[in-house]
Design a binder for this molecule. Structure first.
Ligand code: CA
Length: 252
């Protein structure tokens, strides 16, 4: 067995009606097969790729519901695959990284994965995260379907900062600020709770759909990116302030 993954001797029972498609991209054969075996047991429809080029082709063909993507791959690496998929489709991407110093890059603007796991990881944790992402994606799709026919205009305004919820557009004055999806969702979540202290765990759970703690760097990285885009002086933030030992607060 690969040292990179641990097969849980007592995995949770397969849930009914889960036939969501997961694309597993991993060049290490043992780990790839271990992942495929465990995900199939959970009731997912699993396809696998051993390199980036195959992964892109399979994703185009099968439109998976989630992509599990290793970073170190022959040819196109995981970063490149993630960037390409992001341009083409809306799909949660969970990256597997062997190095913690890659985390900023993984969740940052450049690559834009939804989540990551550092090797070695437990199968139980991986399954919990996959489940959370798929659940969240279902909710987002339902919400999008619900709101599609409406023609209301809903905006949040804080001085010259305007968040247009219908157009998913953020402006400062007349300038449109380009945000990646998670940055936008985080900003809206904070802005709708103006003045309230929100902990990193709370933000992870509500914005990323993680039902566990320990990924606070993801929140910090996104706050940093947001500040660079919406703060008059990112070094001395006045819109999204840090509350020491507690989290973040949107001031307006
Ligand atoms: Ca690899």
């Amino acid at each position: 067995m690969s040292k990179s993954a641990v097969v849980d001797p007592n995995p949770p029972p397969a849930a009914e009606g889960m036939n969501e498609k997961i694309l597993v991209v991993e060049d290490e054969r043992v780990l790839r097969e271990t992942l495929a075996y465990n995900l199939t047991r959970q009731g997912y429809a699993v396809t696998t790729a051993a390199d980036g080029k195959t992964a892109i082709a399979l994703a185009r063909q099968d439109t998976p519901d989630l992509v599990l993507l290793d970073i170190m791959l022959p040819g196109l690496d995981g970063f490149e695959v993630c960037r390409l998929l992001r341009q083409e489709m809306r799909v949660p991407i969970l990256m597997l990284t062997a190095r913690t110093d890659e985390v900023d890059k993984v969740v940052g603007f450049e690559v834009g994965a939804d989540d990551y796991l550092t090797k070695p990881f437990s199968m139980r944790e991986l399954l919990a995260r996959i489940k959370a992402h798929l659940r969240r994606e279902r909710l987002v799709r339902e919400a999008l379907a619900d709101t599609a026919p409406r023609e209301t205009t809903q905006t949040l305004q804080f001085g010259d900062l305007v968040i247009d919820l219908d157009r998913r557009e953020v402006r400062i004055g007349t300038q449109v600020i380009v945000l990646k999806p998670k940055e936008y969702e985080l900003l809206v979540f904070l802005a709708q709770r103006r003045g309230r202290i929100l902990s990193r765990d709370q933000l992870l759970e509500e914005v990323w759909g993680w039902d566990f703690s320990g990924g606070s760097r993801t929140v910090d990285v996104h706050v940093r990116w947001l500040r660079e885009k919406i703060e008059p002086n990112p070094a001395q933030p006045v819109r999204i302030v840090t509350v020491r030992g507690a989290g973040y607060r949107f001031e307006g």
